[in-house]
Design a protein around this ligand. Structure first.
Ligand code: CTP
Length: 404
């Protein structure tokens, strides 16, 4: 679903020689699956455990092994690898590698690149537990930490050498989690966000319902991006085919009334609400218990109004930030501005669902942001993940302004 979280990020994965190299293969797979471009640098010893070909095949990029390879230097070079990286991950990092970096030694491609980079470096040590506890090693690790390198503690368990103790490489999923935290801003940490997504279904009888074209993609992209930025996210979603993003609490609902109940139940602990759901404005006045049979030539359905959830939230807003959506087919700005005011919102995301690349069931959107102070911002065609992050950037600014 959506755009992979690490899309556009470049990671250099530095692999040094230890039995845990096989786990670095899995880490590489997870990083590329998350959308990152990964360049692998292997030390000479690492190549004794797994061949560069494995890393090359999985990363889709040449593996770098040699400081003095003319071909590699021409193609990319250790300096340009160091420059391109948004993050270096050293996994597994041996005692030897950590010792060398701690003392400013740069005698191969990996140590040279680490020294040349200004990107954050995540060091994930793995070694025998006695080596790990050795005071000389501990001193080197401390030197790295003091110099701003991020160290991920090894875990305790059975080691490859048969020993029991601290020194195991953490699981690749955990390393990915920490790496993601370093790569993405954490500016929503401590913030409770409630996002609504998808359509609602209003039942006519046991086999029929009224709904709309909403796919839920925009709301899910917002929930995913907010969680990645540190927020605690509750996603109240109507029926969709989408997978709930990692770290997001999902409350599935069907009808507008169920959505209202779920939203109100969570409102008291919420700091920010983003209402991306396309809520049905009306429901059948009476839901038939049995299937309506075909009879007369004409059938009139009587509808009654659903409550406007966002207006209800607006009326009891307090210090919260409320963001609404306005999907329109004409007079976009007028309608969006009217909703902003009527529902007491801080921001409205307006989109003309008739234009190509915007609206339902596509991965892109063209939106404008309208703010309570009358400002309007026009954003070009973007992926829904990009729109989500732009929206959250504005939420962060609005929060800062409120907290002052
Ligand atoms: N909304 C809501 N509850 C409703 C209807 C809409 O919370 N019963 C929210 C939507 O989630 C969206 C915003 O209000 O964030 C605007 O929804 P929209 O359907 O565009 O606006 P309406 O107020 O229903 O106006 P209209 O349908 O006349 O355009």
């Amino acid at each position: 679903m959506g755009e992979p979280m690490l899309q556009g990020k470049t990671v250099v994965l530095g692999v040094s020689g230890g039995i845990a190299v096989y786990k670095a293969v899995e880490l590489l797979r997870l990083l590329t699956k998350s959308g990152a471009q990964v360049h692998v640098i292997m030390t000479k010893n690492a190549q004794e455990f797994v061949t560069p070909l494995t890393f090359q095949t999985l990363s889709g990029n040449p593996v770098h092994t040699d400081l003095f390879s003319l071909y590699q230097e021409q193609e990319i070079g250790h300096i340009s690898l160091a420059d391109q990286a948004d993050l270096f991950v050293l996994a597994p990092a041996t005692a030897n590698l950590i010792g060398k970096i701690a003392h400013g030694l740069a005698d191969d491609l990996l140590t040279t690149s680490v020294m040349a980079t200004k990107a954050p470096v995540l060091v994930v040590p793995a070694m025998n537990s006695n080596m790990y506890e050795n005071p000389l090693y501990q001193r080197n690790e401390k030197l790295l930490a003091e110099a701003g390198y991020r160290i991920m503690e090894p875990v305790t368990g059975e080691l490859a050498c048969g020993w029991q103790g601290k020194g195991k490489l953490p699981e690749p999923e955990q390393i990915l989690g920490v790496a993601t935290g370093v790569l993405l801003p954490n500016d929503l940490l401590g913030c409770q966000i409630l996002v609504t997504a998808g359509p609602t279904r209003e039942e006519i009888d046991p086999v029929r319902y009224l709904t709309n074209y909403s796919s839920g993609k925009m709301g899910f992209a917002i929930a995913q991006a907010a969680a990645a930025r540190g927020a605690a996210v509750t996603l109240v979603s109507g029926p969709t085919n989408l997978q709930v993003p990692n770290g997001v609490k999902c409350v599935p609902v069907i009808s507008a009334e169920q959505m209202r109940e779920a939203v109100l139940a969570n409102y008291s602990v919420t700091d920010v609400v983003v209402k991306a759901a396309a809520v049905a404005d009306y429901r059948p006045a009476c839901r038939e218990d049995n299937k309506i049979k075909k009879a007369a030539d004409e059938l009139t359905l009587s509808l009654e109004k659903n409550s406007d959830i966002l207006s209800e939230l607006g009326a009891q807003k307090g210090e919260r930030i409320l963001v609404g959506f306005a999907a329109e087919t004409e007079r976009l700005l007028t309608h969006a501005a009217e909703k902003l005011q009527r529902k007491n919102l801080d921001m409205v995301v307006a989109n003309d669902v008739t234009s190509t690349g915007a609206g339902f069931d596509v991965d892109t959107n063209i939106v404008r942001f309208l703010f309570a102070d009358g400002c309007v911002e026009e954003l070009g065609l973007m992926t829904k993940a990009q729109v989500a992050n732009q929206l959250l950037d504005r939420v962060v600014t609005l929060r800062q302004a409120k907290q002052q």
